[in-house]
Design a binder for this molecule. Structure first.
Ligand code: ADP
Ligand code: MG
Length: 387
């Protein structure tokens, strides 16, 4: 596979290319993109439901959420192929969609890259890329298109048709086509979902390098948490048309605002418990259940990686109070980690424990478990039931 960037760094400066003919992508004046209480209703249930989000100039935000939660609809609203039923969309504080105003897609400076690349089969690769430059004189459009094609390492295919390209090459052409008009805002709808796993890593790095080079404000849709963590300066987690939480990968991992978010970012053990006196009584001690009424159900979450396990009878020392006794019911080798299923004192159901693959603990072994109560998370259980 032809590489068109240097090394594995995702910094913009790493985007210098081998070969003198390679050009850099032209820079854009990045814009701020604002969703202000935006709603889009199709029939009864809104696809986007009062969503507010501000993306800073040049920022890359990953929009993460399950299928059907409204991600594509949000992009379509921003680009202007859909009109909001309520709320406003602003670019650099200028309203582009709202009650009294609707700016046409071609006048917004917003680029959209479709999920399935959507290349035109009957146009050459060069014509595909030049498609976004119809406003320019033909020769200028050709020159610009060739420049960006060379930036993505595909200028030798300029006069060929898309069907001869591999998936990764088609993705590059689609990216080149979206970016060549130098949009101030670049939207990408699951840009890597059509690619093989092996290709995905390289394409993510390359795409990010190109976005950073153009400095376009970007929103990248994905339903893979790992992809979101890797690509986004910030991640916006969406569910059922609303934003659940927005923050850096680390914030979402360490301080998930809801059970739904906790589940996205780590493998967890979940246990339901009844709240009494503002707390839940757990095998690792009483834990606060802030904001939860007595008698309601709370879900205690313990990360699979937040539990340490040592063979019983060793001289392991407990860092967090007395260790719990347990017995390994099952052990699964997962490459870089091992997952033990441990029947532990005080817990009704076995706990999953994920540790770096080291010295194996055999099935049936007696073990000691340590769980840091400071790492445990408590959420209202109804979190889970609201769609
Ligand atoms: P996502 O991209 O997150 O998978 P979408 O934005 O495509 O979700 O869809 C969100 C919801 O809106 C879904 O329930 C979908 O069926 C509905 N929807 C999307 N587009 C239309 C449309 N043109 N007409 C009616 N319903 C739609
Ligand atoms: Mg979609």
């Amino acid at each position: 596979m032809a590489k068109w960037f240097f090394g594995k760094s995702s910094k913009a400066d790493a985007g210098v290319l081998p070969g003198a003919r390679m050009a850099r992508a032209g820079a854009t004046v990045a814009a701020k993109l604002t969703f202000d209480a935006v709603t889009k209703a199709y029939g009864e249930r809104p696809a986007v439901d009062g969503l507010s989000l501000e993306i800073a100039p040049g920022e890359v935000v990953c929009l993460l959420g399950p299928s059907g939660c409204g991600k594509t609809t949000l992009l379509r609203l921003a680009v202007g192929v859909e009109r909001p039923s309520g709320g406003r969309i602003l670019i650099n504080d200028r309203e582009v969609a709202g009650a009294g105003r609707f700016v046409q897609p071609e006048d917004r400076g917003v680029g959209l890259m479709f999920q399935d690349f959507a290349l035109f089969p009957h146009l050459t690769i060069l014509e595909n890329v030049a498609f976004g430059l119809r406003a320019l004189p033909r020769e200028d459009a050709r020159r610009e298109a060739l420049l960006i094609l060379s930036r993505v390492g595909l200028e030798r295919y300029a006069e060929q048709y898309p069907h001869i390209l591999s998936g990764g090459q088609q993705q590059r052409v689609a990216l080149a086509r979206a970016i060549v008009p130098r949009p101030a805002v670049m939207l990408m709808d699951e840009p890597f979902s059509g690619l093989d796993v092996q290709l995905r890593d390289a394409m993510q790095e390359e795409t990010l390098a190109l976005i950073r080079e153009t400095r376009a404000t970007s929103m990248i849709v994905t339903h893979h948490p790992e992809e979101a963590m890797r690509l986004g300066d910030r991640i916006a987690v969406m569910r059922a048309g609303r934003l659940v939480q927005t923050g850096s990968a680390e914030e979402l991992y360490r301080r998930p605002a809801a059970l739904f978010v906790a589940r996205l970012f780590s493998e967890i053990n979940e246990m339901e418990m009844q709240v009494a006196g503002g707390r839940i009584a757990t095998p690792i001690g009483a834990l606060p259940a802030p904001g939860l009424a007595d008698g309601t159900l709370a879900t205690l979450c313990i990360r699979e990686r937040g539990i340490s396990v040592v063979p019983a009878g060793g001289n392991g020392k407990a860092a967090h109070g007395a260790p719990l006794k347990g017995r390994v019911r099952n052990a699964k080798f997962l490459g870089d980690a091992v997952r033990y299923e441990v029947v532990a004192e005080g817990f009704d159901a076995p706990l999953n424990v994920r540790v770096a693959a080291g010295e194996a603990i055999l099935k049936g072994s007696e073990v000691l478990l340590e769980i840091d109560p400071g790492q445990a998370l408590v959420f209202p259980s109804h979190d889970d039931k609201t769609p």
